[in-house]
Ligand binder design. Structure first.
Ligand code: SF4
Length: 362
């Protein structure tokens, strides 16, 4: 059977299961946690192809989207200091803080540089020892091990003008916040492929044991997503498990080396998520022995936040990432908010739910 025929057969099985399950319920709500899944579901036309009673909701798995305004403000504050360069991946440049963005600050003279890896940032620091370089540590368990390895390399090479502003967030605690929320109605989670490659599936077992929710780690091709959805619907029918569809990349125990590197440098701390607020234990702070690289300590972040800052209230990215609304339900969608002129991070990021709907589902 060719791939197209396989997809059609799987789609038919998915829709038949939805019909069967919806004899006793109105909808089945599955949340895809990863921004790459959001793009795949929109881009492959899966949302339009499945029975509309199967609702595929976006979750908090786009790293740029969950970065809090206060964190952007802190990065902008650091970029305004004399003799300091802020170094970041390109997708952070246009994310709005309370009043401005890194892109705007760079345009008016701040030293903000874009790199492709944290190692590039460390090399910039080595090349210019008279400047201080602050790398923005954004993302989940996918990127944190690479940044941790860079910090270890900086320590070994005695690079003393390199810092990391850790805005890392960890996925299992965010899922727990969603699973326990009264506002959110999720029947199962499409778990992220990349994050799960690092952490495995054991950190998700509470979803089955405590919340009795189905979950499945899923790959990123159309067939992967359809098969993962089918596995989740089978769980809805017969009982929750923690499954892996993406077996070519994910093992239950994860990548022990990457986990060890991450845990050598970082320890759990609280983190503020855009839209979800502060989630205890969902961030990564520096461990004793590596705090010389902690930009929060070096630049006294709390003092850098914009005083009396008025928060952006019209953007509903928080509700989008909780699956409370879908992007077109935001009043600004495709009107005042578009990829050319984004109001919120979900429209800035190439993995953002609003950007996905704007590109594929208008
Ligand atoms: S459409 Fe724009 S303003 Fe509305 S939630 Fe999405 S990013 Fe925010």
């Amino acid at each position: 059977m060719d791939e197209g025929a396989l997809e059609r057969a799987l789609l038919s099985r998915v829709n038949n299961l939805v019909i069967e399950l919806c004899e006793t319920r109105r909808t089945i709500n599955l949340m895809e946690v990863c921004g790459t899944h959001t793009m795949a579901i929109s881009g492959f036309g899966i949302r339009r192809a499945v029975d509309p009673r199967l609702r595929l909701l976006s979750g908090p798995g786009c790293p740029v989207c969950v970065t809090a305004q206060a964190e952007i403000d802190a990065a902008i504050g650091i970029a305004g200091e004399q003799g300091v360069a802020v170094v970041t991946f390109g997708d952070m440049m246009r994310v709005p803080g309370t009043r401005t963005s890194l892109e705007h600050e760079k345009a008016i003279g701040a030293d903000v540089r874009v790199v492709y890896s944290p190692l590039d940032a460390m090399r910039l620091a080595e090349a210019e020892p008279d400047r201080q370089f602050v790398f923005l540590g954004v993302g989940f368990e996918t990127t944190a091990p690479t940044v941790a390895a860079t910090v270890i390399a900086a320590q070994e090479s005695k690079v003393s003008n390199f810092y990391v502003l850790s805005m890392f967030k960890t996925i299992p605690r965010a899922l727990e916040a969603i699973a326990s929320s009264d506002r959110v109605n999720v029947d199962g989670f499409i778990l992220p492929g990349h994050v799960s490659t690092i952490i495995g599936t054991r950190p998700y077992e509470f979803l089955r044991d405590k919340y009795h929710l189905p979950s499945c780690v899923v790959g990123f091709e159309a067939l992967d997503v359809l098969q993962g959805i089918h596995m989740l619907l089978e769980q809805v029918k017969s009982g929750p498990r923690v499954e892996i569809q993406y077996t070519r990349s994910v093992k239950p125990e994860g990548n022990r080396t990457a986990i060890q590197v991450m845990e050598t440098v970082f320890e759990p701390g609280d983190a503020e998520w855009r839209g979800l607020g502060t989630i205890r234990g969902s961030g990564l702070g520096f461990r004793q022995g590596f705090r010389e690289f902690d930009a929060r300590k070096r630049f006294r972040i709390a003092e850098l936040r914009t005083p009396n800052a008025k928060r952006q209230t019209r953007c509903r990215c928080g509700d989008v990432m909780l699956g409370v609304i879908v992007p077109p339900e935001c009043k600004l969608f495709a009107k005042t908010c578009s990829p050319e002129s984004p109001v919120g991070p979900c429209m800035v990021s190439t993995e953002g739910a609003c950007a996905a709907y704007y590109k594929y589902e208008r």
